[in-house]
Design a protein around this ligand. Sequence first.
Ligand code: NIG
Ligand code: FE
Length: 418
Amino acid sequence: MTKPVWIKHAAQLATLASDVNGPRSKEAMSELGLIEDGSVWIEDGVVKAIGTTVELEQQYASRVHEAQVVDATGHLVTPGLVDPHTHVVYGGSREREFEMRLKGSTYMEIMNAGGGIHATTRMTREASEEELIEQSTRRLNSFLAHGVTTVEGKSGYGMDLETELKQLRVMKKLQETHPIDLVPTFMGAHAVPPEYKGHEDEFVNIVIKEMLPIVAEEKLAEFNDVFCEKDVYTPEQSERILEAGKRYGLTPKIHADEIEPYGGAELAAKVGAISAEHLLKASEEGIRAMAKSGTIACLLPATALYLREQAAAGRAMIDEGVAVAISTDANPGSSPTTSMPLVMNLACISMRMTPAEALTAATYNAACAINRQDQVGSLEVGKLGDIVLWNVKNYQELQYLFGVNHVQSVWKKGIQVV
Ligand code: NIG
Ligand code: FE
């Protein structure tokens, strides 16, 4: 039996509770459910009570001796951050490509010459399950240290059945061994394997006919993602993959309009994707279509920065009524970071999102993007006791003092993990 946790006297408790259930857009993205001198009682892994310290003192005074009591005077307290888009399980690293890009090569040139995603695919194929578990555990530890308690993870560095399954099975094992909740996505069509260049449809058929059925049968993924991009998969091929996934009960996600405008946002709306990712070059019609279909824009400002590109039009998307989530896109090529706090900073700096919108995008809307809003993303009675105590006094300061890890303590399901 673990002790209950009683956090008291938070200078600011951002509960993220709101009447809006489901992805929040427009003004709802600024509703943080703030409580001054806030307090929360966590027991059996979930939030049992939340309110002001005075309110909880009345309720729990007789049980103080049972609890881990945390004095949060002067501190901001929030739900654990949620990262709804990562490629956390992979072999090796690609620091030489970073250098090559700084010397003038582009991301796509490197990939088309057999590097990039293909390089990581080779290293992931070579790695044993144990090695992948060991490397990914280190990355998940870093997520936790940055206040992230739920992480989505994609396959896609296999691009053959065996390695795709290996990545997904590693995620399943990590789910058992690591405190972070890991939500699995199948991304068999993450790039075109060199041997299928010029006859991509054949590989699309393999993804649909050979990989998807086994992934679904073994219940290894909840979502199905594809890299819809010029020189990768066309909107037509992407649609076939996403529709096939739907028939197997996998919800569509899509890497869309990252490098060129390519109709990815439009396709996301058409197939009813839960989220569309990147969207640096999304068209205005595509953005309007997403607002209408309720597709979440999962924006990745660290990736844009790392590729030295202009970030997505986050401000315009919110003004247009799109619900925005943000994510690290943690991967060895375009965004080797595990820092969601940095991503929140960048959402403000490079996409002109407000500090409140950035926090919603990294918590509640991020949870919606992986269909976990009933469990995480806000602090409400019955939801998981996933909590971060920050070394700042309010949410504005969290976004203002940038590039620094302000995490002081983290609880996952009511157990202190940092
Ligand atoms: O989301 N765009 C495609 N996939 C990843 C990058 C993967 C890699 O470079 O290894 C992304 O940015
Ligand atoms: Fe990605």
